[in-house]
Design a protein around this ligand. Sequence first.
Ligand SMILES: [Zn+2]
Length: 235
Amino acid sequence: MIQKEMLEYQQLDIEQNRIERELKKNENYVKRRQFKAARQDCEDNIARLDARAADLRAQLALAEQTVSRINDVIEEHSKEVDTLEDVDELNYMNKKLNEQLTELANVERDIRRILREGEEIAASFDEAVNKLPRLVAGYRKADEEFNRATAEVKPRVNEIRNRQAELRKSIDENLFNVYKKVADGGLYPVFVPLQDGTRCGGCRMEMPKAVVEAQLASKNYVKCEHCGRIIFKQE
Ligand SMILES: [Zn+2]
């Protein structure tokens, strides 16, 4: 037989696990997590759009500098053309001028592209910024509701913890360590009764009768070779 304080302790652990499991199934726990993730996505998106906008501003500044430089060159060429009389030189300068005009057209196309993308970014940015308060409010509401649900079970959880602390004082240290080792692996319940003389009360698998009897005789419990639970014989 296993110490009755140990079994009561286990029972309380099971109850506490059930309370925690139910809290995690709580609609507001789920909502809170969803809102949190959506809020994070939204904030990441805003940061990304912000970075892209800064990038576009830099591109635009560069393009404007290029336009200004080309305009200077065109003005320069235009002045030179006015002073030229030789046809070959004139043709040459016209060619140079046309090159600059082509380059100018390219930069202007680039600027239109930057401005167009800028407008798209601004629209997405507004959309994200407008959405954010709703996500923050949704998170807060779910958080409040969930905290209320947690507060409701709090007295019982405290009761369980106090009683467990009390029981712990009289539980055999070795037995408690055996329990902890299995319980920490997430296996519940740890202590299960022996069934039909050779069967584990947890996984229902059978063990050799000789093994069961030898172990029961030496330490009054058997470790299930199938599931790892601790099997005890009910008196
Ligand atoms: Zn078992």
